[in-house]
Design a protein around this ligand. Sequence first.
Ligand SMILES: Cc1ncc(COP(=O)(O)O)c(C=O)c1O
Length: 394
Amino acid sequence: MKISKRFANVGDSSTLKITALAKSMKSKNIDVAILAAGEPDFDTPNEIKDAAIKAIKDGFTGYTPVRGIPELLELICEKFKRDNNIEYKNENIIVSTGAKQSIYNVLQALCDEDSEVMILAPFWVSYIEMIKMTGATPVVIDTALDNFRLNFKRIEEKITPKTRMIIINSPNNPTGVVYTEKELRDFADVVVKHNIYCISDEIYEKIIYPPHKHYSLASFNEQIKNLTFTVNGLSKTYAMTGWRIGFLGGEKKLVEKTLMVQTHSTSCTSSISQKAAVAALKTDESVAGKMISEFAERRKFVLDFMKTVDGVGYIEPMGAFYLFMDFRKIIERNKNLFADSEALCTKLLEEYNVAVIPGGAFGAEGYLRISYAASKEEIKKGLTRINDFIKKHI
Ligand SMILES: Cc1ncc(COP(=O)(O)O)c(C=O)c1O
């Protein structure tokens, strides 16, 4: 078998792998608690579905401009202005097949084989593999050493003439950490000082728990705005994961190049989903608000439960819908039974029927991530089983 060198060491997505395995166990009537997927368990709101049905009935089923339909681009510009204090015009925007594709497009358009791209661990699983797919080299900064906050000395030490780009993600998947305005302003200064590009992945922007607040990197000044691609999407906020709508905003000329990647690979995203996206962005705040309040309740439920659990540390989530738990001590004590977080998660799934994601996949060995984008019953069942496991192995 001959495959491209670029793909030789690209790994699978353990999030999708574990979720698929857990779902197949469930289809065999095994009572698995699935706390793995980064996917809201809510159905897409009806007014959004209705817009898609109307699009189909109206015959709005052909190709659209690659960048997206003007109506949607305008709403995205309004959203960026209203929520993020960033002025973009339609020419600064690309609508793509999920935020995932927006990130992929930027990396493909901007990276060379000898480029370095910095990511902050723990990181979303796909960043590192997407970087490898461009032929560039991922350079990892371990934020676990700094209580998951930004350490500029560590970042600047690893910047070289080859550094093309840095990816930042707040609220963060998997930790739920939200960076403060001060941290982000200082980060912006570093990016501008070294003149590197930046992807600011803000997909969890709306799922944030007071008093924490979201700040957009590109809103601080013109210089950082011109270096930053602000990536967002509808998957998490509107329970629209399967509709595949993501978007980015960025400097016009860079966006034009990025658009070429999409033009020659997938063209526009689905015309029907774009009409659904128009409806989503027009909904009253209460539509997403209801789901966000439910996440806040589940978060409280998880944190109350965790007060009864001894033996593992965790980060109190400030945003997103994940709890990142520290199993390093347990792994250390039980090395003969499970050598790493992946072996631990396999054991949890096969023997305790609970699906969670190993920290190793996020560049944080010894940790594991649970998702509380699941019903309270499912969360309770899963956490109880995890607690049984902890009690046995502590
Ligand atoms: C941090 C982060 N960025 C981007 C995405 C991609 O989302 P989508 O492609 O569904 O818009 C995800 C999805 O899990 C994510 O967690």
